[in-house]
Design a protein around this ligand. Structure first.
Ligand code: HEM
Length: 151
């Protein structure tokens, strides 16, 4: 049974303390398949409607569509079929997140819910070691608002 990481990895080095070869990003899909990404995005989106920060940002009438967009993106990004690109074009993630107020608190909550989802999905450790730091880095890159200043 592995122990949950206390701190985010900044290097992509596995969290289990070993220094070993890291799974190449484009091999993650081969390892976990559609099923792995489906379990992950399912576990992530199940938490969204009830979340006080993120819930209101997502389209209440189209959670299934939002889940599919994230899943298609991740499958493409990690070596699977490029269905996302065919449907949506270039990801342009910063631009597409502009309408949503992503401040530090929203970023931290997103990462927290995704870390819960990673734990629930129980993917192979090599895949998890690639995905956890990836989500942390991209989420930081997507911050597009300053924290509200106290009055
Ligand atoms: C940092 C906190 C984040 C917030 C608050 C956030 C919020 C949102 C919202 C509200 C949407 C619209 C849902 C929809 O598709 O209808 C969205 C879309 C999306 N997000 Fe995020 N997101 C965050 C981080 C991330 C990260 C880290 C990734 C990738 C690793 C990501 C990937 C995507 C993708 C691929 C879409 C669909 C884009 C499209 O094709 O329209 N997001 N996000």
């Amino acid at each position: 049974m592995s122990v949950m990481p206390l701190r985010p990895s900044r290097s992509g080095t596995p969290h289990n303390g070993t220094v070993g070869p890291t799974l190449p990003e484009d091999k993650v899909y081969e390892l976990i398949g559609d099923d792995g990404f489906r379990r992950l995005t399912g576990a992530f989106y199940r938490q969204i409607p009830a979340d006080d920060i993120l819930g209101p940002m997502y389209p209440a009438s189209d959670f299934a569509g939002a889940e599919q967009r994230l899943r298609d993106f991740l499958i493409f990004r990690f070596g699977g079929p490029p269905v996302y690109i065919e449907k949506r074009g270039h990801p342009r993630l910063r631009m597409r997140h502009n309408p949503f107020p992503v401040d530090q608190a929203a970023r931290d909550r997103w990462v927290h819910l995704m870390n819960n989802a990673l734990t629930e999905a129980a993917l192979p450790a090599e895949a998890e070691a690639v995905l956890r730091p990836f989500f942390e880095h991209v989420a930081t890159f997507l911050i597009n608002r300053n924290q509200e200043q106290p009055a």
